[in-house]
Ligand binder design. Structure first.
Ligand code: APR
Ligand code: ZN
Length: 436
């Protein structure tokens, strides 16, 4: 960035809203032409019948224009843990090298965001949450080669660097650089701000906003005919759940499976188990409605853990052996222990849910050895977003993944707190925010 020559405030162009339609794009083209011509001018107030577009450049030197565009976007911001999300206008910088600007089309209501809102998991604050999303690329930063303007994309909350040890070993879901930079962009800074305060980006996605700047490795282009809400689901719950069944646990045909927690992610574990031709798929939840809903996605048996001991029930349903594969898909120490206890000899226990920070699960250390059980975690379905998400798209489009029944509620961004209340109240299936 070039240093200003004087004390005048840095010149900026503020666009109340930037979209892909002709009028908005026209404003942007004019603005760029003026910048390129080195002109300093107040060049217009535009009204397109819906959005007021105010474009101006304050007096200053043309080099200062390298500050670039700042978009004013509506976003749901978590200013403080325990508070509702605040729907407000924030500043979004232009994409830098290797980044793209995405107009968000849909964002899923996932429990992982809820963990951050409640403080069950740590994250830098303030933050724009939202990590399950899809949209359209509207601008590419310098050097971008993995996506083009106009591409419909699924957003990945682990944009893999491709160069660290985890990526090189084929585990891009655990990218070291992404882990080290957390809720900032890969260069450690943020593109979101409000009144001089930096706002962080959950998973470098931050899709509870009209627009998002995302590393190019965090977008996966898909065909423009894939519905945006289904595309968004593939960004988290589908890849996490189906991936846990197929890539983490590698379920064998004919085996017995138990899934604890049948919400948005658990239903996808069930679908993954069905895809792997598991014999028995036992759905375990504390709500009857979730259990009945799970039968639509391939569950063969139900266990209501609110009024029965789920470990005993699963053992009974499997002839006393326990299940060959068990999955924890809620997020707690107790349900992790239950998943472990209901596993058969040589059983594979896969923990998908994220328990509140600091919670522990008491595992019988002797049982672990004598019964040769395997206890493992699964993050983002042990999937490699850029190659495995297109597989999920194919599975959906060939009728093998039922995402049409998975998304049952649609909301606007303004209704996001209501959407999370519905999640808390145990409404079935997945909710999705839809943007214009
Ligand atoms: N035993 C069984 N099921 C339970 C229990 C319990 N003790 N407590 C809650 N559940 C059920 C809920 O009734 C709900 O159906 O777990 C399900 C959780 O589903 P969602 O709230 O929709 O959460 P989801 O978005 O699917 O995420 C599940 O996976 O990725 C992680 O961070 C995410 O920890 C979260 C988990
Ligand atoms: Zn999620």
């Amino acid at each position: 960035m070039t240093t200003p020559h004087s004390d005048t405030p840095p010149p900026r162009i503020l666009l109340a809203k930037l979209g892909l339609d002709g009028h908005d794009r026209g404003v942007k083209v004019i603005a760029r032409a003026l910048r390129d011509a080195g002109m300093a001018v107040l060049f217009g107030v535009f009204y397109n019948g819906g959005d007021l577009l105010l474009a101006w450049w304050s007096l200053g030197c043309c080099a200062c224009f390298e500050e670039g565009f700042v978009l004013k976007v509506k976003a749901a911001v978590l200013w403080e843990v325990g508070q509702p999300l605040d729907i407000c206008e924030v500043d979004l910088d232009e994409p830098k090298a290797g980044e793209v600007l995405v107009k968000v089309g849909s964002a899923g209501i996932c429990r992982s965001d809820r963990h951050f809102m409640h403080g069950d998991a740590p994250i830098a604050i303030p933050v724009v949450l939202g990590h399950e999303g899809a949209g359209t690329v509207v601008q590419t930063g310098p050097g971008v080669t993995l996506a083009e303007e106009g591409d419909r994309v699924i957003l990945s909350f682990v944009p893999a660097c491709g160069r660290c040890r985890s990526c090189l070993e084929g585990h891009s879901n655990l990218c070291d650089l992404h882990g080290a930079t957390g809720a900032n962009m890969l260069d450690g800074t943020t593109r979101l701000h409000a009144d001089g305060t930096d706002i962080h980006h959950m998973g470098k996605v931050a899709c509870f906003a009209e627009y998002a700047v995302i590393p190019e490795t965090g977008v996966v282009p898909v065909g423009n005919d894939l519905p945006l809400d289904k595309a968004a689901m593939i960004g988290c719950s589908v890849t996490t759940g189906v991936g846990a069944a197929l890539y983490s646990a590698e379920i064998k045909a004919g085996s017995t499976v138990a899934v604890i927690g049948c919400g948005g992610v658990g239903l996808n574990v069930i679908m993954g188990a069905a895809l792997a031709n598991a014999g028995q798929i036992i759905a375990v939840d504390i709500r009857e409605a979730q259990l009945e809903f799970a039968m639509r996605f391939g569950a063969t048996h139900m266990v209501n853990a609110a009024d029965q001991d789920p470990v005993r029930q699963v053992r009974e349903l499997t002839g006393g052996r326990g299940a060959d594969y068990t999955f924890e898909v809620f997020g707690s120490g107790d349900t992790t222990k239950a998943a472990y206890d209901m596993a058969a000899k040589r059983g594979i226990v896969t923990v998908v849910g994220i328990a509140p920070w600091g919670q522990e699960a008491a595992i019988n250390a002797v049982d672990l050895v004598r019964n040769e059980k395997t206890l493992r975690g699964s993050y983002y379905g042990s999937a490699r977003s850029r190659t495995d998400m297109p597989v999920m798209v194919d599975l959906y489009q060939s009728g093998k993944l039922n995402l049409d029944d998975l998304v049952v509620r649609h909301y606007t961004l303004d209704q996001i707190n209501e959407a999370y209340a519905d999640l808390d109240n145990g409404e079935i299936g997945r909710g999705a925010i839809m943007f214009d």
